[in-house]
Design a protein. Structure first.
Length: 164
């Protein structure tokens, strides 16, 4: 069992678009295993490969006791809206109401290259969107607008002051 350390806000890997997975080999299976071990830690709903320093399009999720993964995800069929509080392991200690689709379909592959389709609603849909954003070099803070965004940026400066 390998629980990998989480990269924190400010690490360039979190702002870099991840590369598609092209080799479904033992190294990918090891990465998926590490992601799934890492997401099993209490209080975690998802971990994307960039969050553990690997710039590949793969993430794990842990929602309602179901642990899984998705390689090369593509989201579609966005429906409805939800605006619940969202946080991120890479930005610890902060959480803000974040707009997301209530339902989404995620298509991709498993660790062996076999096709996978996940239809998520509610919290699972939120996790699928959040983790896919990580693969595109985006953080949930980027989706915030108006007063909530201003509050988030103030809090971020408070916990991570500018370096001199």
């Amino acid at each position: 069992m390998t629980v990998r350390p989480i990269r924190l806000y400010g690490d360039p890997v979190l702002r870099t678009e991840a590369d598609p997975v092209v080799s479904f080999d033992a190294a990918l299976r090891d990465l998926v295993s590490d992601l799934e071990d890492t997401v099993r830690e209490p209080g975690r709903a998802g971990v994307a490969a960039p969050q553990i320093g690997v710039s590949l399009r793969v993430f794990s999720f842990n929602v309602d006791g179901e642990v899984g993964h998705l390689v090369n995800p593509v989201l579609s069929d966005f429906a409805g809206t939800q605006d619940d509080e969202e946080g991120c392991l890479s930005v610890p200690g902060l959480g803000f109401p974040t707009p997301r689709a209530y339902a989404v379909t995620a298509r991709g592959q498993d660790q062996y290259g076999e096709p996978v389709v996940i239809e998520g609603t509610g919290f699972l849909a939120r996790a699928l969107q959040h983790e896919t954003d990580h693969l595109d070099g985006r953080l949930y803070l980027d989706t915030l607008t108006g007063d909530v965004r201003r509050q988030a940026l103030r809090e971020l400066r408070r916990i991570r002051p500018a370096r001199a």
